[in-house]
Structure formats: C-alpha cells, structure tokens
Design a protein around this ligand. Structure first.
Ligand code: ADP
Ligand code: MG
Length: 334
C-alpha cells in the first residue's frame, strides 16, 4: 500500500513538474502598444518572460529612436553626426552604416540614406508641398551615399551639408535589436510590428497580410504564409498629398529628388534581417520590378510588388507562400 502511495506521489509530482515546465515555456500571452519612431509599435508575446520582455522592448525602441537614430533629438548619434559633418560612432552604428552602404551600392543608388535635406524640403509629416526647384536641386547636390565612408570608428562625410536620414531603415533596425533581446529569453512566440515592419519569432507558420493600398490599415489584399522572419512594406500610401491634381508621396528617386513614379504602390520584402527587409522594401520600390527583384534575390530575400493596376508581381514559385484574398487583384509571376 505504502509503495502504491509513493508511486502515486511520484507520478503526481512528475505531472506537476511537467505542467510547470509547460507553463514555463508557454507562459502567458501579453499584448502591448506604444508610440515610438513616429509610428505605432505593437507587441504580442507568448512565454514565461513576456512581461519583462514587453517592458524591455519599449525601453530599447524608445532609446534607439531618441539616443541613436532620430534626426531631431538633440542628443542622438545621427543628429551629432549631421551637425558635425561626421565623427566617431560605436560598433553598432558602424554595423548599421555598413549594411546600408552595401544596399546603396548594390541598388546603384536607388536606396540612399543621405537624402535628409531633400526629404525635409517636401515637409512630409507636417505641411507637405512641392519644393522650390532650385532649392531641391541644391539639396540634391549635397546628397549622395558616395560622400559617406567608414574609417575605423569614424564616419566621414565628404560633404558637410549631406544629411543622413535613417527613415527608410530605422524600423527594421529596431526589429533586429528587439530580436536580440528576445533570443535568450523564455519566449515561445513573438509578433512585433514597428509601423510597416514586422518581426515574427517562433516555431510555427505565420500569416502576414499585404495591406490594401486604398483601404484602411486593417484591410488586406493578400496573405503571406511564412516561418519566422522580418517583413517590411514600403507603400506610397503611407505619406502622400495632392497638389495641382497630382499625388506626391515620400519615397524619393535619389536621381531627381522627386517621388518615384513607376506604377508601384507598395513593395513587401521578407528577410531574416530587419534592417535588410526595411531598406530593401524602399530600394525595390525605387528600382521597380525587374531590377528590384534581382536586388532582393542578391540579398537572399523575397519581394512582392503591388502595382496601381491591381497586380501583385513576384518571382516564379511565389504561389507557395502568397495567397490573394482580394479577388480584384491578380498574382503575376515572372
Ligand atoms: P516608411 O517610413 O513609410 O515605412 P520607407 O521605409 O520606404 O517608408 O522609408 C521612407 C522614408 O525614407 C522617407 O520618409 C524618407 O525619409 C526616406 N527616403 C525616401 N526616399 C528614400 C530613398 N530612395 N532611399 C532611402 N531613404 C529614402
Ligand atoms: Mg523601408
């Protein structure tokens, strides 16, 4: 009898331990939203460390914005570099710059993070208007990634009037920093979106929507079925205005200083890296389908191009992961 009781106690203890382990891995679900990097950040976590990770994600995103990437925050690294025409930067910022310089070069300048003075003239986010042509030409003459180089810990700007702007890559950088925090924590699943860039972590298949360019932010035209990765979308609908009957938006052709006008309304890029998904979504938008899909392939990423005549262009075989959900759109694989 005694033996039976002991066996029962051991079994009960094992079941309890199994529950504790199960709970330790699965933990609770938490959902938090906040505003940073001029956009909404949404955090959804499942796992034992959810609470502390949600707090840490908010801290790191706010600090990355205020202390490093923001152009306007007085104490940020980018503000200091822009003010001084270069200067010392830490290893992390050197890493961001070298990845972005690689995207600038491989995209043949379609991606250019030195367009700050040009985008300022368009005043997106405040009172957008078509800039004065002379001022635009002057700002453009001071921009150009060729003017930026890294020498050890120093960032050198050959033209002191060039203005670095991480607007097209900052959200993706935030995803990489968030991923690094979560990697050694007890988190089973994470879905974190920073504006149009989303981090998916966990051992499952995720579904991510491609936004309807003419609908509200919760309306989708297609869904992607993907394993853990980063997904970024650059869409002309994010910031635009109408003047003299024409629509102008915030994704600029670095060769002209004017908004890209190539029939695209958005590009979505899937990558293991946040900074690459974000930078490449902008680069591919500027390049258009032919060159853009080549560039994405060069970086080992997948790209989906949405046109203003309701087509979604993608590489052959893409139908494995994309499904059109709005039947006014057609999937064209080439
Ligand atoms: P969003 O910020 O809406 O997610 P993007 O990631 O495409 O969109 O970034 C657009 C921002 O990047 C612009 O607001 C501007 O600050 C900057 N930008 C515009 N054109 C370019 C370009 N060709 N290369 C790099 N940055 C750009
Ligand atoms: Mg981008």
């Amino acid at each position: 009898m005694k033996k039976k009781a002991a066996v029962a106690a051991v079994i009960a203890a094992l079941i309890l331990a199994a529950f504790l382990i199960y709970d330790g891995i699965h933990g609770k679900k938490i959902s938090a939203d906040f505003f940073a990097m001029n956009t909404y950040v949404s955090v959804k976590l499942t796992g034992a460390d959810s609470d502390e990770c949600a707090t840490e994600i908010q801290q790191i995103t706010e600090s990355l914005d205020k202390d490093v990437l923001s152009r306007t925050s007085e104490n940020s690294v980018i503000h200091r570099i822009n003010q001084n025409g270069g200067g010392e930067i830490d290893e992390k910022v050197q890493g961001y710059i070298s990845v972005l310089l690689d995207v600038c070069r491989k995209s043949d300048g379609a991606f250019d993070f030195t367009l700050g003075a040009v985008s300022d003239l368009w005043q997106f986010g405040s009172n957008p208007e078509i800039p004065n042509a002379d001022k635009l030409a002057s700002a453009l003459s001071h921009s150009g990634h060729q003017k930026i180089s890294l020498s050890g810990e120093k960032l050198i700007m050959a033209d002191g009037q060039a203005v670095i702007d991480f607007g097209a890559a900052g959200k993706g950088i935030a995803l990489d920093e968030i991923k690094a925090i979560l990697s050694d924590k007890k988190i089973k699943e994470a879905v974190v979106s920073v504006g149009g860039s989303v981090l998916l972590m966990g051992n499952k298949q995720f579904t991510v929507g491609i936004r309807n360019p003419s609908g509200n932010s919760g309306s989708y035209i297609a869904k992607l079925r993907i394993s853990e990765s980063c997904v970024s979308t650059s869409g002309s609908y994010e910031q635009q205005f109408e003047q003299n009957g024409k629509i102008y938006h915030h994704i600029l052709n670095p060769k002209t200083g004017y908004p890209v006008d190539n029939g695209l309304v958005s590009v979505t890029v899937v990558s293991e890296s946040g900074i690459l998904s974000d930078a490449l979504s902008t680069a591919c938008f500027v390049l258009g389908y032919e060159k853009g899909s080549e560039l994405a392939k060069e970086f080992g990423c997948q790209a989906f191009f949405v046109t203003n005549n309701k087509q979604i262009l993608a590489e052959n075989g893409a139908d494995d992961i994309i499904e059109i959900t709005d039947n006014s759109y057609t999937l064209v694989m080439q």
